[in-house]
Design a binder for this molecule. Structure first.
Ligand code: NAD
Length: 422
C-alpha cells in the first residue's frame, strides 16, 4: 500500500475536505504516511435499514456511520437524514468533525452518520422505526466512550431520544451519555438547542467588529431556516443586524427593512416553510448567496458557493453555519476578493462545544444552569476565534487554512504522544 494520500474524488465534500487537509499537511511539513493516515477514516460501517411502512410495504434505505479519528477521545458527530447522504459525504463530514473538535479543544475525535431518507415523506412512527433499526445496526460501534451521535440535518432531539432508548434497552439500563442534543427532560443540556446558532452569531459579531462594521448598520442573509439558521437569524436580528433574506429548501423571502424573525418563525411553525410569509417578498432561493448584504450565513447544505457563483458574492463576511458550504474552487475566488470567511469548523463549533458540556453533565448526572452553559460556550468560541486569527496573522494563512492547520497539528500531536499500536 502506498504512503501517498488516497486520490480524492473529483468533486464534492470529500474532495474539498481532502484538499484542505493536503494544504494543512504541506504547511505543517508532515510526512506522506501521516497524511495518508489522516486522509482515511479509522472505521466505516455501511448498513441497510429496512423499514416496514405504515401501509405494510417494506422500504430499504442505505445508512452509514463513519469514525474518522479517535486520537483525542471518543468519536463525536451528528446523524443526518437526507436523500443526499452517501458514503463520501459522511466521510467528509466525519473528517471535519475531527478538526472541529481539535480546534475548539473538546476531547473527541470525529464521526458522522447518515441515512439516505427524506424525513418529510415519512410519518413519525416510520421515522421512529427507521431510527431504532439504524441504531440497532450501528450499536456495536457507538456508546458514551466510543462514539456519541447528535442531531444534524433532518434529525432532532426526538431522534436522539429514540437512539438513547434503543441503546439503553440493549444494555438493560439507561445510558444518557450515548447521544447529545437530547430533550432536556432526558438529560439534555440547557442551551444545547441554540448552541450552534449562538456560536455562529457570536463569531459573526466578532468578524464584523474586526472589519469595523457596526451590527446596527449591517445587513445579513441566512440560507437555511432549520436548527442552525433560524437561531442564527434570530440572534443576529437581536444584535441589531437587518436580516434581509432567509431561505429554506422550498424557497426564499426578502425584506429591505429586515425580516421580523419571530413572526417568520411562527409562520414556519404553522406552514413548515418560509414560503408565503406575509411580512416579506418572495425571492429566488438561488439568488440568496449573491445578495448585496454585509454578512452571508449559509446554514443549510454543502457546496452552495461554487466556482459558478463565487465571483457574484457581494457580502464582505461569510460565516459558515453549515458544514462545507464553500467549495475549494470558490474558496480561492473569495480569497482573491478579500471576503472574510469564518470557516465551518470554527463558525458552527458551538454545537459540539455544548454537546461536550451535555456529555459531561450526563456522565455526572448533574445539570448546569443555562447561564453557565452559554458563558462557557462564548468563552470557548472567543478563545478559538483568537487562536485562528493569531495563527492566520503569524503564518499568512486564510482563517480556513489557519483553523485546519491548528486542528490537524493537535490531532497529529495526540498521535505522536500515543504512538502507533502495536
Ligand atoms: P435542519 O434540518 O434543522 O435545517 C436545514 C435547513 O436547511 C432547513 O430549513 C432546510 O429546508 C434548509 N435547506 C435544505 N436544503 C437547502 C437548500 N438546498 N437551500 C436552502 N435551504 C436548504 O439542519 P441543521 O441542523 O440546521 O443543519 C444545517 C447545517 O448546519 C448542516 O450543514 C449541518 O451539518 C450544520 N451543523 C449543524 C449543527 C447542529 O447542531 N444542528 C451543528 C454544526 C453544524
Amino acid at each position: 500500500m502506498s504512503a501517498e494520500a488516497p486520490p480524492p474524488p473529483a468533486a464534492g465534500p470529500l474532495a474539498d475536505a481532502r484538499a484542505q487537509l493536503a494544504e494543512a499537511i504541506e504547511h505543517l511539513g508532515v510526512d506522506a504516511g501521516t497524511h495518508r493516515m489522516l486522509a482515511t477514516s479509522r472505521r466505516e460501517m455501511a448498513v441497510s435499514v429496512p423499514l416496514r411502512r405504515d401501509d405494510g410495504t417494506i422500504a430499504t434505505y442505505e445508512g452509514f456511520r463513519v469514525q474518522h479519528n479517535f486520537s483525542r477521545g471518543p468519536a463525536k458527530g451528528g446523524l443526518r437524514f437526507s436523500t443526499a447522504v452517501d458514503l463520501d459525504e459522511v466521510r467528509a463530514l466525519a473528517m471535519w468533525m475531527s478538526w472541529k473538535c481539535a480546534l475548539v479543544d473538546v476531547p473527541y475525535g470525529g464521526a458522522k452518520g447518515g441515512v439516505a431518507i427524506e424525513p418529510r415523506d415519512h410519518s413519525l412512527a416510520e421515522l421512529e422505526r427507521v431510527t431504532r433499526r439504524y441504531t440497532s445496526e450501528i450499536l456495536p460501534i457507538i456508546g458514551p466512550e466510543v462514539d456519541i451521535p447528535a442531531p444534524d440535518i433532518g434529525t432532532d432531539e426526538r431522534t436522539m431520544a429514540w437512539i438513547m432508548d434503543t441503546y439503553s434497552a440493549s444494555k438493560g439500563f439507561t445510558v444518557t451519555g450515548v447521544v447529545t442534543g437530547k430533550p432536556i427532560s432526558l438529560g439534555g443540556s440547557l442551551g444545547r438547542a441554540m448552541a450552534t446558532s449562538r456560536g455562529v452569531a457570536h463569531v459573526a459579531l466578532m468578524a464584523m467588529a474586526s472589519r469595523g462594521l457596526d451590527p446596527t448598520g449591517a445587513s445579513a442573509a441566512v440560507q437555511g431556516f432549520g436548527k442552525v439558521g433560524r437561531g442564527a437569524a434570530r440572534l443576529l436580528a437581536e444584535a441589531g443586524v437587518r436580516v434581509q433574506a432567509v431561505s429554506d429548501v422550498d424557497g426564499a423571502v426578502w425584506s429591505e427593512a429586515g425580516l421580523d424573525i419571530a413572526r417568520l418563525g411562527d409562520h414556519v411553525d404553522e406552514h413548515g416553510t418560509v414560503v408565503g410569509f406575509d411580512g416579506a417578498e418572495a425571492m429566488d432561493a438561488g439568488g440568496l448567496v449573491t445578495l448585496d448584504v454585509d454578512v452571508l450565513v449559509p446554514a443549510a447544505v454543502e457546496g452552495v458557493i461554487t466556482a459558478d457563483n463565487a465571483a457574484d458574492v457581494r457580502a464582505r463576511i461569510l460565516v459558515e453555519g453549515a458544514n462545507g458550504p464553500t467549495t475549494s474552487a470558490a474558496d480561492a475566488i473569495l480569497a482573491d476578493m478579500d471576503v472574510l470567511i469564518v470557516p465551518d469548523i470554527l463558525a458552527n463549533a458551538g454545537g459540539v462545544i455544548v454537546s461536550y458540556f451535555e456529555w459531561v453533565q450526563s456522565n455526572q448526572a448533574y445539570r448546569w444552569s443555562e447561564r453557565e452553559v452559554n458563558d462557557k460556550l462564548e468563552e470557548r468560541m472567543t478563545r478559538s476565534w483568537h487562536d485562528v486569527v493569531d495563527y492566520s496573522g503569524v503564518h499568512g494563512l486564510s482563517y480556513r487554512q489557519a483553523a485546519t492547520a491548528l486542528a490537524v497539528r493537535r490531532v497529529i500531536e495526540a498521535h505522536e504522544l500515543r504512538g502507533l499500536y502495536p
